[in-house]
Design a binder for this molecule. Structure first.
Ligand code: XBP
Ligand code: MG
Length: 248
């Protein structure tokens, strides 16, 4: 296992419920629009990856015409992105429990780190530099530089290409069904660390599924261990290496 490719939203950082969702709502407010996404509805909207696509789909469902949508969605999304970076600077978007421990272990163990996300580069770079600033992500593929967002495999395929590795030399860490399908499409073994929004997704294709990364004394629940990795609730370098070895 030479590299681990991480998803960002919902995986490295707890960003959706109190981060992006709030930013979308503040953008609607700034534009004088009546739309507000509550926590429950946002869970359904998340199934459309990419913020601008999410806005477009929603406006379409609200009956906003194509021409108006084509102008409004990019403008709303630009505002939303600016607000997201402000929320990051305010410390609202934090790493998930266990992420800092795991990244530290992987770095110390000589494992290369990469990111494959559908999020926009502006805020992704900001969150990596602030919340996860002590780690070096050698490759960062964002939604801006792919033509097809997850569940399409492009983001993971481009990450592998930039790492100069075939899929069997790396492992993906994801939180959602869309991310899992994307990682699998690129040929990667995949550990899914689900969260409140994604725990009910179809995660059957994942080698290992947990409800958190776990910390010493506070293990997460192993929801499925299809390769008998032996994980007891703490995702560490040994867990990822075991998944990688058994998935091949
Ligand atoms: C996450 C997303 C992102 C964020 C918002 O999907 O869909 O679009 O919700 O970021 P994944 P942007 O974790 O599978 O990458 O508004 O910048 O798109
Ligand atoms: Mg995600």
């Amino acid at each position: 296992m030479e590299a681990v490719i991480f998803d960002v939203d919902g995986t490295l950082v707890d960003s959706e419920r109190h981060g992006h969702r709030v930013a979308f709502n503040l953008a609607f407010e700034a534009f004088g629009l009546p739309y507000r996404w509550d926590e429950e509805e946002y869970g359904r909207l998340l199934r459309t990856t990419g913020g601008q696509r999410r806005i477009e789909g929603y406006l379409s469902a609200k009956g906003v015409g194509e021409e108006e949508r084509a102008a409004l969605a990019p403008a709303l999304h630009a505002r939303k992105t600016a607000i997201t970076t402000e929320l990051i600077d305010a410390g609202v978007i934090e790493p998930r429990a266990g992420v800092v421990r795991l990244l530290g272990e992987l770095s110390q163990g000589g494992c290369r780190l990469a990111v494959a996300t559908t999020g926009s580069r502006t805020w992704v770079e900001r969150v990596l530099a602030t919340s996860l600033g002590s780690f070096f992500f050698e490759v960062v593929v964002t939604g801006d530089e792919v033509t097809a967002r997850k569940p399409d495999p492009e983001a993971f395929a481009v990450a592998l290409e930039r790492l100069g590795l075939p899929a069997h030399r790396a492992v993906a860490v994801e939180d959602s069904a869309e991310g899992l399908v994307s990682a699998k499409g690129a040929g990667l073994a995949c550990v899914v660390v689900a969260n409140g929004y994604t725990v009910d997704h179809d995660l059957d294709a994942a080698e290992l599924v947990l409800d958190g990364f776990g910390e010493p004394g506070q293990p997460a629940t192993v929801l499925a261990d299809r390769v008998e990795s032996g994980c007891t609730g703490i995702v560490d370098m040994a867990t990822l290496t075991s998944v990688w070895a058994r998935a091949r």
